[in-house]
Design a protein around this ligand. Structure first.
Ligand SMILES: [Zn+2]
Length: 185
């Protein structure tokens, strides 16, 4: 466990989300496409902040992998469109089903079955789920696929991201039972 990392994540995450989301929503000066790229970077950084308390040391390589998983999820937009056009990618009527908690769960379970690595199973889930939850506050995201729910309230997205930070810390603290005392933290 690493209390310093937990503190950094806990202090940075909420202001980072609030400021970034506000900037993206208002997309000043730059075109919508450029804010789309920034949005993708924010997804990666949020996943890194959530993963941080899980690491004893600042493991840059592992954090880069977490960042990439969270960012590269948006490649599904290009796959669905059969096009590399950024304009088309950010104009989908609804995001692909890879933007769902079911996909996050399936990917992490598949990874666990193959590798039995609990830490990375959690990190893969966090990377995908933190992205999906954030997209879902803006709507057009099949977050609870196959249920027809495509939008969640803004506060619930922020709450989910914060909860995942606490879980990351708890997983490193209580390796055998990561969900122990999570609500009384
Ligand atoms: Zn996305």
């Amino acid at each position: 466990m690493n209390k310093k990392h937990l503190l950094i994540s806990a202090i940075v995450l909420l202001p980072f989300c609030l400021i970034s989301d506000w900037l993206i929503e208002h997309h000043f000066i730059f075109k919508k496409e450029y804010w789309g790229l920034y949005d993708n970077w924010v997804h990666g950084m949020i996943a890194v902040l959530i993963a941080l308390p899980l690491f004893q040391k600042f493991e840059i390589k592992s954090l880069i992998i977490v960042f990439l998983i969270a960012s590269l999820l948006d490649l599904d937009h290009f796959v669905v469109n059969f096009s590399f056009s950024l304009t088309k990618a950010i104009s989908l009527p609804i995001r692909p089903i890879t933007h769902s908690l079911l996909f996050a769960t399936l990917m992490s379970v598949a990874f666990f079955v193959i590798t039995k690595n609990k830490k990375w199973t959690w990190l893969i889930f966090v990377a995908i789920a933190s992205h999906v939850v954030r997209d879902a506050y803006g709507g057009l995201t099949p977050i609870f696929y196959p249920l027809p729910i495509s939008k969640i309230p803004y506060w619930s997205y922020l709450m989910c991201e914060c909860l995942m930070i606490i879980l990351s810390f708890n997983i490193s603290k209580n390796k055998k039972n990561p969900f122990k005392n999570v609500l009384s933290f």
